[in-house]
Design a protein around this ligand. Structure first.
Ligand code: NAD
Ligand code: DAU
Length: 355
């Protein structure tokens, strides 16, 4: 892809920061708009601090005037929209923030993008892109033998998080069909890798295991997720920005279904090898009260992305999960900073009532 100017929202979060780092590495200029909620962390971007190819702006996607001024000042070729409240358990405890950020925030961003796009000369209008980053959770839950989610699977969101993302997807679609805004949406499965906030399954289990704390597996641990290494997700987004068809949606998945309990046991085995003093870490596995409305199985059919645009995931789960454990062990200071303060309140709130 030619050098582009990208306006990235949520670029201090897990996937967003991986995308920003990769974007700068690929030679793009990135304007990074992030509100720095509990999930946003400038330490993720320390390696590009002072790099003129990256401009960080602290601000919200709910601030239409700010977005308009950034669009006018930087004339981006594409908006890549990651910013969201992203944790299902938090959406169960406090859904309002999810509606505000994911629905109203996406609407505000779309509206500012539309006004800006309409003001562009025709040649710029033709190449402009609004890339919306979404999730497989909008499709609901699969039975054990049902075929994987494909782009035509009906939306059946089950958590407030999934419902808010579904609403944002519908708004993005409507801005294409009604106003012609050049949008593309991707719906991805569960990501893992560096810089993931340790409220999510994989980093939480690594952190707790290292600390000798209980590994809280919800319900019977047989829920299935389709895990994708974060760099592969970022690569898919670059591919779709470059060659995806306007108004289309593309599913992104890891071709890698795993039961939660198996994932936790794999993590324990790697940690037994790398931190032998805590072995066997599997002794810490504790079954706790299930997540309400817990989706049983996600699986993604990404044939469209593979056959149309030639994308394939490069990382195997075996190598990716090992790299991830090593990253968390080597970045103990990053983890330490993240799990101080407000993090403790969340752990108390979410897990206190489960045991
Ligand atoms: P995250 O929670 O790690 O990061 C979200 C980022 O958005 C944070 O930096 C936060 O500060 C920022 N943010 C929140 N509200 C904002 C606002 N009002 N204005 C500007 N910035 C704001 O999330 P993530 O896991 O990196 O997910 C990124 C996107 O990818 C989300 O849209 C999510 O729905 C989607 N997604 C995530 C996964 C996954 O497995 N993590 C899978 C598929 C899709
Ligand atoms: O599928 C994509 C989605 O994946 C993204 O849209 C979300 O933003 C992202 O958070 C993720 O959602 P999940 O709910 O699948 O991820 P989480 O890491 O929270 O949980 C993964 C599985 O592990 C899920 O079945 C619940 C279970 N779990 C989770 C936690 C935090 C546990 O058993 N114990 C835990 O402590």
């Amino acid at each position: 892809m030619d050098r582009k100017v990208l306006l990235v929202t949520g670029g201090a979060g897990f996937i967003g920061s991986n995308f920003v780092l990769e974007g700068v590495r690929r030679g793009h200029k990135v304007v990074n708009l992030d509100a720095l909620t509990y999930a946003g962390n400038l330490d993720n971007l320390a390696s590009i601090e002072g790099n003129p190819a990256h401009l960080f702006v602290r601000g919200s996607i709910l601030d239409g005037a700010l977005i308009s001024s950034l669009l006018t000042a930087h004339q981006p070729d594409a908006i890549v929209h990651f910013a969201a409240e992203s944790h299902v358990d938090r959406s169960i405890v406090g859904p309002a923030a999810f509606v505000q950020t994911n629905v109203t925030g996406t609407f505000t961003l779309l509206d500012a993008a539309l006004q800006h796009w309409r003001s562009l000369p025709v040649i710029k209008r033709d190449t402009f892109r609004f890339h919306h980053v979404s999730t497989d959770e909008v499709y609901g839950s699969l039975g054990p033998h049902e075929p994987a989610f494909h782009e035509e699977t009906p939306y059946r969101p089950n958590s407030p998080y999934a419902a808010s993302k579904a609403a944002s997807d519908h708004l993005v679609r409507a801005y294409f069909h009604t106003y012609g805004l050049p949008v593309v949406t991707t719906n991805c499965s569960n990501n893992y890798g560096p810089y993931q906030f340790p409220e999510k399954l994989i980093p939480l289990m690594i952190h707790n295991a290292v600390e000798g704390k209980a590994l809280p597996v919800y319900g019977d641990g047989q829920n299935v997720r389709d895990w994708l290494y974060v760099a592969d997700h970022c690569d898919a987004i670059f591919t779709v920005i470059e060659r995806g068809r306007l108004g289309e949606t593309y599913n992104i998945g890891g071709l890698n279904e795993q039961k939660n309990l198996d994932v936790v046991n794999i993590l324990c085995t790697i940690l037994d090898e790398l931190c032998a003093q805590g072995a066997p870490h599997s002794r810490l596995i504790t079954f706790v009260k299930d997540r309400p409305g817990h989706d049983r199985r996600y699986a993604i059919d990404c044939t469209k992305l593979q056959s149309e645009l030639g994308w394939v995931p490069k990382e195997s789960f075996r190598s990716g999960i090992r790299k991830t454990v090593e990253w968390y062990l080597e970045n103990a200071k990053w983890v330490e900073k993240v799990v101080s303060g407000q993090y403790r309140d969340w752990i108390g709130e979410n897990y206190g009532s489960r045991t």
